[in-house]
Design a protein around this ligand. Structure first.
Ligand SMILES: C[S@@+](CC[C@H](N)C(=O)[O-])C[C@H]1O[C@@H](n2cnc3c(N)ncnc32)[C@H](O)[C@@H]1O
Length: 251
């Protein structure tokens, strides 16, 4: 399966579990600044696309495109590595939680720079990202998936000539159901629907994940998890390695 086809297989329930988180949306909005014309690459179902800007979406998966609402920005089927636009067509390009799926991230990032002056890339630092109780204690196989070959933050920043990198804290009640979203709600991972919208879990063998989730359920039932992670109950947000790589561009 090509990386572009991954979401044809795993994205069928995406809109149910993957709605934009308002706090993360605010941070992305601020990073986009005054940009009026924006291309959203790896746009999926349209999360984080602002209503008050002119947005064009690029997305390879027909399954994801089909879940865009009727009022969503116009979308073209395409991939980051070959954007169907002339140089400098946009004020800004955004790429949200998608770079780790691109077969050639450097080529895709170069394309963002070619078509836009401002850049906002929401990605993750794989080393910090891997230090998560779900991966370390239950599903270490996740970090061996191809998608973990995401480029280091420094390489992303260099590729897009960024002027800053921001930490994106993940709130305890994060609305967007990506892998770290439920760090303080462990029982959520027992829901197969939740897991189906987290690519790092959905791409693992079903029987492997099911057996590890049985262990998580047992650890929750007898209090083992709560004892091991008592410190999380006191936190409202954590750093899961998520970063916003920003090039301000012309404002
Ligand atoms: C986790 S989803 C993120 C979607 C959306 N940006 C969001 O925040 O909800 C990753 C998206 O990247 C897309 N994708 C995969 N390979 C791609 C490529 N080579 N170029 C552009 N997008 C790609 C997938 O089809 C999927 O829609």
């Amino acid at each position: 399966m090509t990386t572009e086809a991954t979401y044809d297989a795993i994205g069928r329930s995406y809109v149910r579990y993957r709605q934009p988180d308002p706090r993360i949306a605010c941070q992305i909005e601020a990073a986009l600044g005054n940009a009026q014309l924006v291309v959203n690459v790896g746009a999926g179902t349209g999360s984080y696309e602002a209503n008050d800007r002119r947005v064009v979406a690029v997305e390879p998966s027909p399954i994801m495109l089909a879940q865009r609402s009727s009022g969503a920005a116009p979308a073209v089927r395409g991939v980051a590595g070959a954007l169907p636009f002339a140089d400098g067509s946009f004020d800004a390009a955004m790429a949200i939680l998608t770079v780790h799926h691109w077969p050639d991230a450097a080529a895709g990032l170069a394309e963002l720079r070619r078509v836009a002056d401002g850049i906002v890339v929401f990605t993750f630092d794989a080393a910090i990202h891997a230090q998560y109780w779900l991966f370390e204690e239950y599903l270490p196989e996740t970090v061996t998936l191809d998608t973990w070959r995401t480029p280091p933050i420094e390489a992303v920043a260099e590729a897009v000539d960024a002027d800053r990198v921001e930490v994106v804290p993940i709130p305890a009640d994060c609305v967007d159901g990506f892998n770290w979203a439920y760090w303080r709600r462990p029982e959520s991972y027992l829901d197969p629907g939740v897991r189906s919208c987290i690519s790092g879990l959905a791409q693992l063998p079903d029987d492997l994940v099911a057996s590890r989730m049985q262990r998580l359920a047992a650890d929750l039932a007898d209090g083992t998890w709560q004892t091991r992670h008592a410190e999380l109950a006191r936190l409202d947000a954590v750093d899961g390695g998520f970063r916003l790589v920003v090039r301000s561009g012309r404002q």
